[in-house]
Design a protein around this ligand. Structure first.
Ligand SMILES: [Fe+2]
Length: 363
């Protein structure tokens, strides 16, 4: 996690990038001038340092040397929509924390923008998921769950209006966490049993906020209440019969677990996408719906853009493009030979190993 201390920013200088608090919400916007007054305000609110690049998108640029111009253009577009969505969601959720209210039109607009953008650049979204180094922040997690909910809705052949409702259910599924105290929400390390019980309240609280305060129907509210339910009845808050759950809740459960295991926590390393896919398949029929999980993993870019791989002909390469619907057969650049291997054309080639070291050294 990259930090910038307030003491490192001189007065009179424009701030070089957006600065975030520990929840991953924007505190100071890029371009703002540091003044003694702003410094005093921040210190009065006990803010001594900021987090940088909570979305993980800045880091993606370090892979640009591998990609062609069109791929880079598409990444930049995705990055803009993602960052904008994140800005909207984090400021509305922070407003919710402080005033108990939010502007639901901003959240609806965010769902609309994401559906539109994923409609055009689904492979870029999927391809970037694995190369963004993510710490686990509630707001980033909410956007990522919404992104996966949209991708899963598309696989289920749901129309755009339905995709938007699934996206809304995803964006809001953890909104109950806005009513949980920072001392528990941001606690580094594992929670005690009592703290865990309080944390688990976010399901009921979230459902209450969405249905009673924001006045959305069950289609949007259900995912908040039921995304921690499990097929064998071991989930919470109710431990109910899985068959009675809403489709959005079953979808949210898959997306939530996938995003949680591929994100970094203080006490555990992130799984790479191919590891997370294998993990999901070990919990189908026990915790997760088999058909939804199978559909989900069929979409996941198991070898995201920038992944270093070894092929069965012993060549080492870098994934530079992912084909729609064929995540295990990407285009791989072979730097030593100065050529591309398109695994959709060269059908005998297989990925035998992943060499990414980024996650291996992290945590
Ligand atoms: Fe949750």
């Amino acid at each position: 996690m990259k930090k910038l201390y307030l003491a490192q920013i001189p007065n009179g200088d424009p701030i070089q990038q957006d600065l975030f608090n520990a929840n991953g919400a924007i505190l100071v916007k890029k371009g703002k001038i540091m003044t003694p007054r702003l410094r005093e305000q921040l210190l009065r609110n006990n803010i001594e340092y900021f987090l940088l690049d909570v979305t993980g998108y800045d880091e993606v640029e370090s892979h640009y040397n591998h990609f062609d111009d069109e791929t880079i253009r598409q990444i930049e577009e995705v990055k803009n929509v993602y960052t904008q969505s994140f800005g909207n969601l984090s400021s509305e959720f922070e407003r919710m924390r402080k005033t108990g209210r939010l502007d639901k039109h901003v959240i609806e607009e965010t769902a609309h923008e994401l559906v539109d953008s994923i409609g055009r650049y689904q492979q870029v979204y999927l391809g970037l998921e694995g190369i963004r180094r993510k710490d686990f922040y509630t707001y980033i997690h909410s956007i990522d769950v919404a992104v996966f909910m949209i991708i899963l809705s598309k696989s289920l052949k749901l129309d755009k209006a339905q995709q938007e409702r699934a996206a809304l259910a995803g964006l809001l599924h953890d909104i109950g966490k806005t009513r949980i105290h920072d001392s528990i929400l941001l606690k580094p390390g594992r929670l005690t049993n009592d703290e865990m019980r309080i944390m688990q309240e976010h399901s009921r609280v979230g459902h209450q906020i969405i249905s009673k305060e924001l006045k959305y129907g069950q289609e949007i509210a259900c995912a908040a209440l039921e995304h921690h339910e499990r097929m064998d009845g071991t989930g919470y808050p109710m431990g109910v019969n899985w068959n009675h759950l809403h489709l959005h809740s079953k979808m949210a459960a898959v997306c939530d677990i996938y995003d949680a295991v591929t994100g970094e926590r203080v006490y555990k390393k992130a799984m790479l996408p191919h590891e997370a896919v294998e993990f999901l398949m070990t919990i189908v029929d026990k915790h997760l719906d088999r058909s939804l999980t199978t559909l989900f993993v069929r979409n996941i870019a198991v070898y995201p853009l920038g992944t270093k791989v070894v092929l069965n002909n012993e060549e080492e390469g870098i994934v530079v493009k992912i084909h729609d619907g064929f995540p295990t057969r990407p285009v791989v650049k072979i730097p030593k030979r100065g050529m591309l291997r398109d695994m959709m054309v060269e059908k005998t080639l297989l990925v035998t190993r992943v060499l990414n070291t980024k996650h291996e050294t992290a945590g």
